[in-house]
Design a protein around this ligand. Structure first.
Ligand SMILES: Nc1ncnc2c1ncn2[C@@H]1O[C@H](COP(=O)(O)OP(=O)(O)OP(=O)(O)O)[C@@H](O)[C@H]1O
Ligand code: NI
Length: 323
């Protein structure tokens, strides 16, 4: 089976007047139809930059992209803005935390929907658009009444449901959600995650879920990629990685969400801070904060090791080089 999205050596560097910021470095991963991949890491680790880079939503003069991002066989990094526009929102959709803030308050939701729908299908009739949108509203548990409301008449949870429905309007091959449920209360977040899981079964969706919350990944993803300071530390099936984390950073992250393991261990956090991303590091980027670091970790970048259970891990403790 061909992957829907295949990143190879994908990097994003912000270039400012005074310095370069290496926000995403040499990331590789593949997503197949039906996958739901959680991308987890602490704030500032480059998760949004990765998504924006793939979607080509970063300013051309301020951010340099290298490597490849094959989306159904097309390398997104090579497309012109015109070509990218044909794909964005149609085949590749994205939801941000505040997606709905951009909607003009003077138009009803329905008017917005018609405008958005007609970007890709200019001749669509009102009836066709309504049919499609009512179907999607039902999937996200909202009444058709929403169509005639103004954005300010909806709660945060309702707005986020509407933005999920909008993102699905053209039946995209891949949906990227960047902290899309983070701002909501726990109950609403839980409901929306349930709705997403149900929708996924109905629509055969493929999804990337960006979050700093391990429990979101545990409840709504089948695969997880752990990123630290712009680099991939560990990637694999949720059932393997969260139950038996191998990378010291993943272990730290998992143990700071004790409910995942079901025991009452004291919450441990990883001490220290993210490194300065404008500096290149010779060894493992996590070594300065790693309690298992050995000499080689400071001097040489670890290779990506493929494990038997399908996971990839980037750590000298598993490479065999230190033995
Ligand atoms: N335009 C920019 N110029 C320079 N550096 C930037 C720019 N935008 C973001 N960065 C830096 O890139 C790094 C990655 O930021 P990014 O927003 O991708 O992280 P994130 O993992 O999404 O964080 P969060 O969980 O807080 O959303 C950060 O160190 C940030 O300061
Ligand atoms: Ni972000």
């Amino acid at each position: 089976m061909e992957p829907i999205l295949d990143l190879k050596d994908f990097s994003v560097t912000y270039i400012n007047k005074y310095k370069k910021v290496y926000a995403v470095k040499n990331v590789d991963f593949e997503i197949y139809k039906g996958d739901s991949l959680g991308i987890v890491g602490e704030s500032g680790s480059g998760k949004s930059t990765l998504a924006m880079g793939v979607l080509r939503l970063l300013p051309e003069d301020g951010a340099q992209i290298s490597g490849t991002a094959n989306f159904s066989g097309v390398d997104l990094t090579k497309l012109s803005e015109e070509e990218m526009k044909k794909i964005r929102w149609k085949e590749l959709s994205v939801i941000f935390q505040k997606s709905m803030n951009s909607l003009s308050p003077v138009h009803k939701i329905g008017t917005h929907i018609e405008d958005i729908y007609r970007i890709h299908k200019p001749n669509a009739t009102k009836e066709e658009i309504k049919d499609r949108f009512f179907y999607l509203l039902d999937l996200v548990n909202l009444s058709n009444r929403v169509y005639n409301l103004y954005p300010h008449e909806l709660s945060g949870g309702m707005l986020q449901r509407v933005s999920i429905a909008i993102s699905l309007i053209h039946d995209p091959k891949l949906l990227i959600m960047d902290e899309a449920t983070t701002a909501l209360d726990v109950v609403t977040q839980g409901q929306i995650l349930d709705e997403i899981s149900r929708m996924e079964e109905e629509l055969d969706m493929t999804r990337i879920m960006i979050t700093h919350d391990m429990s979101v990944v545990a409840t709504s993803c089948n695969k997880v990629a752990i990123v630290y300071a712009g680099e991939l530390m560990e990637l694999g099936y949720v059932k393997n990685v969260l139950k038996n984390p191998l990378h010291p950073y993943t272990k730290g992250l998992v143990s700071s969400f004790p409910s995942l393991k079901g025991d009452r261990e004291k919450i441990k956090s990883i001490s220290g801070f993210l490194p300065d991303l404008s500096k290149r590091v010779k060894g493992c980027i996590f070594a300065p904060r790693c309690s298992n670091a050995i000499d080689i970790c400071y001097n040489k970048k670890p290779e990506k090791i493929k494990m038997e259970d399908g996971r990839t891990i980037c750590c000298h403790l598993y490479g065999g080089e230190n033995k």
